[in-house]
Design a protein around this ligand. Structure first.
Ligand SMILES: [Fe+2]
Ligand SMILES: [Fe+2]
Length: 186
């Protein structure tokens, strides 16, 4: 299913970000200074690619149709599971952003700990979340949505993908991801 292929592909980029964040945090434990620019870029990616671009596509298109068409089991799985986890992800990212902002004014160990804890927490949450989507939620959709509903989801996804602003945000975020990967490999 076109929409799900796209979402699964985006998960790979989100997982790549969480892996980079984990590497960066390990480096900090080994004595590296906090690179506030690195974390600001990671927050930008998580907010704009992970949340706005990817989660919005789930919430406004695929999950919306699943909740409309697949009854209370789907609604419980999505509203009580996936959407709650999207909110927790936003909380982690907000906490990283706040701690980085504060660290620039007052670089102390407590803030360093907040940055590491929230970055690792975000990574663990998203890794589990993505595993559930790839292996339970999306497979449920593939199995259960009618051809007509799949077409609705695919058509709306295509419009979202072709939107000029979305093309630009995708391009910008994927470039940031490559830059962050380069920092940890260089
Ligand atoms: Fe999700
Ligand atoms: Fe997802």
């Amino acid at each position: 299913m076109y929409s799900i292929d796209i979402l699964v592909e985006e998960h790979k980029s989100i997982i790549a970000l969480t892996e980079e964040l984990r590497k960066e945090c390990t480096n900090i434990l080994n004595g590296k200074e906090i690179d506030t620019d690195y974390f600001e870029k990671a927050v930008f990616f998580a907010r704009n690619f992970g949340d706005k671009y990817h989660h919005q596509k789930e919430e406004k298109i695929l999950f919306r149709v699943m909740m409309e068409k697949l009854g209370p089991v789907a609604t419980q799985l999505i509203r009580g599971g996936m959407m709650v986890e999207h909110d927790f992800g936003r909380l982690y990212i907000g906490s990283i952003a706040d701690a980085v902002e504060e660290y620039k004014k007052n670089p102390d160990d407590a803030l360093k700990l907040d940055i590491i804890a929230n970055a690792v927490g975000y990574g663990n949450l998203l890794t589990r979340h993505i595993d559930k989507e790839d292996n339970a939620v999306y497979t449920f959709a593939e199995r259960s949505l009618s051809d007509e509903d799949k077409k609705t989801v695919n058509d709306e996804t295509l419009l979202h993908e072709e939107d000029k602003n979305n093309i630009e945000i995708r391009r910008r975020c994927l470039a940031i991801l490559e830059e962050l990967k380069g920092k940890n490999n260089g």
